[in-house]
Design a protein around this ligand. Sequence first.
Ligand code: MV4
Length: 507
Amino acid sequence: MSVKKIRRVLVANRGEIAVRVMRACRELGIETVAVYSEADRAALHVRTADRAVFIGPPPARESYLDIAKIIDACRQSGADAVHPGYGFLSENEDFADACEAAKITFIGPSSASMRQMGDKTSARITVAKAGVPVVPGDNGPEGHGFPTAEQALEAAKKIGFPVMLKAAAGGGGKGMRLVESDAKFVAAYDGAKREAKAAFGDDAVYLEKAIIRPRHVEVQVFADQAGHTIHLGERDCSVQRRHQKVVEESPSPVLTPKLRAAMGAVAVNAAKACGYLGAGTIEFLLSQDGEFYFLEMNTRLQVEHPVTEMVTGLDLVAWQIAVAEGKPLPLTQEQADARRRGASIECRVYAEDPIKFLPSPGKITSLRTPSGPYVRDDSGVVSGSEITVFYDPLVSKLVVWGEDRAAALGRMRRALDEYRVGGIKTNLPFHRRLLRHPEFIAGNYDTGFIEREKATLLAPHVLDGEDLDLALAAAAIHTSGAPAISAVPRASAAESTSPSAWRRWRS
Ligand code: MV4
């Protein structure tokens, strides 16, 4: 239990989340400290902070992931608290311990909670004891994986194929294998073990029954130091590709109020089971028959937290700071339930080739970000910023709110059409197509959606109808010597933004 007012926060992160956290601090009258690598000297998060400390070379291992350097930066700058953001050191128990040892408030859960939830077999055991439904499976003879392929195969036969082999130390799909039959089991077991060892330095693998075409639905939880724990509803994150989320929304288009209440109550129990403090997320798989299963807990603020903020009208970073200072949660579960209103969607805008899904680093030479009612663009870049190969190529998170899902979809289509990024390729054309896909509009999607629909979602843009006429007319004017229309530039071919060109998707 700690009741210490926070006066100066060091944000141990970069990019949009560092800027996001600093905005909350500024609003609360809390001073901010940025840390930055050689590659981030001119970065927006450095300019946003009250002061900044240089922490080393561009590779994250030598800067943003170096615990000693971050603790030293706190000492140098007089910070009394650290916000870890997401990624980097946010789920590193040793970092939380190092902060405690240095008497710096870590804005997040205890290292013990992180340890308990970081290991997947230990998390399954912990939450199952609290009555949380986990995916049926076998954690292995001692509860931490199978020592031999033979023992694992025996267990797999009992569970029944198809099964999932998963890394105990894992998460994010690394060291994970879907196995359809016993013939392929031993090779999959060896492969999963090798991948787990390489990725986590721990080759323990365990078994779960495979859920076919699941949705990924996660519940936002919050806990204070008195142990009060509530949930703030769910986010549907099923639209992802290769374990990289692309679009998230709240509420999930498929949850009934009854299912939401059940998942929320279970999520609260899962958080209580590990003595949780602060913002956390309980991930579930939702099967096609409407059953839900605990998958894992993320012991940090998530990338997609803004959709929850939009439907609740709350500032989750301000809440994180409040509970870290020992203040009680400002709302009861009933009050929180009464706040949820309308629908919110987030599109992750990445600097990547929209066809090949490969990063497209470079300098952003021009930028027009959407705005207008209920449109939020959380970005860590401005015109002139560099997207480098060293870090995540996220340009921004475009988030909208609407009275209902249809309004939110219309608003997102409009916002996407306003968005212009020059100098680099982005996945904006992909998002424009996705938001016009009939199945997405209907809410009919699961975790395999992008892979199955990639041909339609990635088809190169072709002008048609009115847009083709306009483009032809503009070209005729241009070649006849009259000035090209430039006051309100139409989208370039690469940008392909004109709304009516997407008409093919309207059913
Ligand atoms: C599963 C599953 C089906 N059945 N487990 C992928 C990442 C890791 N956190 C858990 N994952 C999955 N676990 C069982 N028993 C399907 C997935 C999965 C998935 C989960 C969430 C979001 C996207 C996904 C994409 C493919 C597979």
